[in-house]
Design a protein around this ligand. Sequence first.
Ligand code: NAP
Ligand code: GDD
Length: 326
Amino acid sequence: MNKVCITGITGQTGSYLAEIFLQNGYDVYGLIRRTSNFNTQRIEHIFDDINLSYGDLSSFSSIQKFIQETQPDIFINAAAQSHVRVSFDVPEYTMDTIAMGNIRCLEALRINSPQTRYLHAATSEMFGSAPPPQNENTPFHPRSPYACAKVCAYYSTINYREAYKMHASNSISFNHESPRRGHTFVTKKITKAAARIKYGLQDKLRLGNLDAKRDWSHAKDIAHAMYLIVTADKPDDYVIGSGKAHSIKEFLEIVFKKLDLNWEDYVVFDEKYLRPTEVDVLCSDNTKIKEKLFWEPEYSFEQLIDEMIDHDLKEARNEKLIRDNV
Ligand code: NAP
Ligand code: GDD
């Protein structure tokens, strides 16, 4: 049985990665942090099929122990303080866990299990203000502590590939969303609010910049691409995205219209959601992964939105029933 270790397994993408590896016959091991509340909601349905160990990207010894105990064939580092806006509030922590955390994983593997394949979850945020479409040859211009940390982790991964001949790759993913998306990211914030407004549970939605454009995919499609990258014969770096960009305003319009609502009646501008430096347009050129690894996304933008709305409508309905004591 092949073994895969996943950091960030309790996160959106980590949970889909765990499912994909289970479906492909792997033994799945996840590193989770101890938190004062449960953080395993996204993996409850596969809880009995996976193995979890406590640890943290800030602790080399916990990563080393995880690797020594599992001796994995594949190690995917999908953990991060992944919120761009928050990275301006906690730059040092973000840099430590993303940039140093990645080095800790690579170094623990180099010392204990150098034959293990490695994948770092890099990001389109690294392109920052570089004009679209962005591909593997686009120069980086990071615009946040989060993006600066990811650029460091990206190059460290390449350095370990070149210096130690490790099978180390980067996935350069554009934005990916799903019903499992964290509630403070803009898509989830919008679908959840629209559903709650529909059920009379909320009357306003506070947002920042509506003009930025993002290339949104379903997280399941991105996790599948990550699987293809780390199981490919040769290590390499790949952009993953849909190739289409939409503004936040367009996303709002589509979601509210599907619920027969007019977004302008509910959305309130709040400057606290602005970033000191914004990334205006991210749009992928996904030619390389399509041609070399034959990746094709399963979900359209519309299907992604429908799945998120359906899920959030069900949650809002349950919330309303509980509130009305039915
Ligand atoms: P997410 O939902 O925010 O999940 C992040 C995961 O990292 C969670 O499991 C979290 O644990 C864990 N984590 C955070 N800090 C940690 C630490 N110090 N030590 C150990 N674990 C820690 O993020 P995601 O959307 O799944 O993204 C997965 C990865 O892809 C991240 O590296 C992210 O930066 C990158 N990425 C995401 C996107 C996107 O659009 N989603 C695009 C490009 C790249 P808790 O559950 O305990 O919080
Ligand atoms: N979160 C948030 N909340 N964003 C808002 C809001 C709001 O209330 N209002 C407007 N926005 C705008 C942000 O300014 C940004 O331009 C855009 O919506 C998307 O914000 P997020 O959903 O927070 O995602 P992100 O693009 O900053 O970062 C995500 O994608 C990256 C890949 O490009 C994260 O998942 C990162 O971890 C990931 O690397």
